[in-house]
Design a protein around this ligand. Structure first.
Ligand SMILES: [Zn+2]
Length: 334
C-alpha cells in the first residue's frame, strides 16, 4: 500500500531556496487570517509542515495561511503567487502521489472505496486555512475507473486532487451513477468532474478550490446509446440532475456545506421537484452563484454528516466562488 509519508524532496528543494534567516517581516505588513482556520479548535500547523505542503508558503511571507496585506488605505486579500497562474500543476505532485495513481490504475490497491474508508482520517487533517486561501496536505488523486464511471475533464492539468472525504464522495457517487444507469445502452454515461484542487492545493485561478474541498461537477448527461460529453455543457436535465444532487447530499463520505448553481437552474429544480421531501431538506444548501450554468460547484466539510456540516450551518455565508460562466481560469494550454 502506498504510504503518504512526508515529501522530503520538495521540502529539501524549498529549504535550499529559502534564505538561512527568515526576514522578521515580509516586505508588506502581513496579517495572517487565523480567524478563518476551518475549525476554531484546530491548532495552527507548524511552519515546517506548512512549508512542506503549502505551495504558496513563500509567497505568503512564510505564513501557513494566505492572509491580507495592509496597504495605506485598506486591507487587500493576498493575491496568488504569479508563478501559480499556469495551466498544469503536475510538477507539484509528490512521489507518493505519483505512485498512488500508478498503483490504483494497475489494480494493486484493490477496491479504492474500501481503501479510502479504511484510511480516512488516518493522516490527520488534510484541508488547512479556508477554501479561498488554504492548502491541501496528503491530497488524494481521483482516478477514473470502470467502476466509478468518472471522466475527468482535463486530466493533463493535475487538478483532480482532494481530501479523502472528497475523493471518497466522488468515487461513491460515480458508482451510484453506474448502478442507476446500468443497462448496456447506458454504458457511455459518465460523471464528469472539472477542477478540484492542485496536488498540494493552493491558488488555482478560481476564487476557491485551494483545499481539496471544492469540486466542479458537470451536469449528468444520460441518454441511451450515447456517450456523455466530457465537458461542462448547459444541457440541464432537471430530473437526472436532481437525482445526482441527492446522491451528493446523502453520500456517507463527506458532509456538503453548500452547492452553487445559477438561480435560473435552481428555479427549474424548484418547479419540478418541490413535492419531493428531500427538496425541503436540501434547498437551503443550494445557493445561487451567477454564471454557474454549466456545472454545479460542490463544497464539502471536514467530516461525513448531514448537509451544512454543523447544527447552526449558515450556507448563505459561505465564501464565494467565481461568478464566471466557465468557472475556469482564462489560460490556454502551453
Ligand atoms: Zn468551482
Amino acid at each position: 500500500m502506498t504510504s503518504f509519508g512526508s515529501s522530503s524532496g520538495f521540502a529539501a528543494s524549498l529549504t535550499s531556496v529559502l534564505p538561512e534567516f527568515l526576514p522578521c517581516s515580509p516586505s508588506s505588513e502581513f496579517i495572517e487570517d487565523v480567524s478563518s482556520l476551518n475549525q476554531t479548535d484546530r491548532e495552527l500547523p507548524d511552519l515546517g509542515f506548512c512549508s512542506e505542503w503549502n505551495p504558496e508558503f513563500t509567497h505568503n511571507g512564510h505564513h501557513c495561511c494566505g492572509g491580507y496585506i495592509r496597504t495605506r488605505r485598506r486591507h487587500r486579500k493576498l493575491k496568488c503567487a504569479p508563478e501559480r497562474r499556469k495551466f498544469r500543476y503536475c510538477d507539484e505532485m509528490t512521489e507518493e502521489q505519483k505512485e498512488y495513481a500508478e498503483e490504483v490504475q494497475s489494480g494493486k490497491l484493490g477496491d479504492i472505496l474500501q481503501l479510502i474508508t479504511q484510511e480516512m482520517g488516518g493522516r490527520g487533517e488534510q484541508a488547512y486555512c479556508t477554501v479561498n486561501n488554504g492548502f491541501l496536505a496528503h491530497g488524494r488523486r481521483l482516478i477514473p475507473s470502470a467502476l466509478n464511471h468518472v471522466a475527468i475533464r482535463s486530466p493533463e492539468r493535475c487538478v483532480d486532487f482532494g481530501t479523502d472525504g472528497m475523493i471518497g464522495m466522488i468515487e461513491y457517487v460515480g458508482r451510484e451513477v453506474g448502478k442507476r444507469f446500468s443497462g448496456e445502452e447506458y454504458k457511455g454515461v459518465k460523471l464528469v468532474v472539472g477542477d478540484i484542487a492542485a496536488p498540494r492545493g493552493g491558488c488555482l485561478g478560481h476564487a476557491s478550490h485551494t483545499t481539496g474541498q471544492d469540486a466542479d461537477i458537470g451536469f449528468l448527461w444520460a441518454k441511451p446509446g450515447r456517450d456523455s460529453p466530457i465537458e461542462l455543457h448547459r444541457d440541464f436535465d432537471v430530473k437526472t440532475e436532481w437525482w445526482l444532487i441527492k446522491q451528493f447530499f446523502s453520500n456517507p463520505y463527506a458532509c456538503i456545506k453548500v452547492m452553487f448553481l445559477d438561480r435560473r437552474l435552481i428555479n427549474k429544480l424548484a418547479k419540478s421537484v418541490s413535492q419531493d421531501e428531500d427538496w425541503q431538506k436540501y434547498r437551503r444548501f443550494i445557493r445561487h452563484m451567477p454564471g454557474h450554468r454549466n456545472h454545479v460547484h460542490v463544497r464539502i466539510g471536514d467530516y461525513p454528516g448531514p448537509p451544512g456540516c454543523v447544527a447552526d450551518a449558515k450556507p448563505e455565508l459561505e465564501e464565494l466562488e467565481d461568478a464566471s460562466d466557465t468557472d475556469y481560469p482564462d489560460l490556454s494550454a502551453e
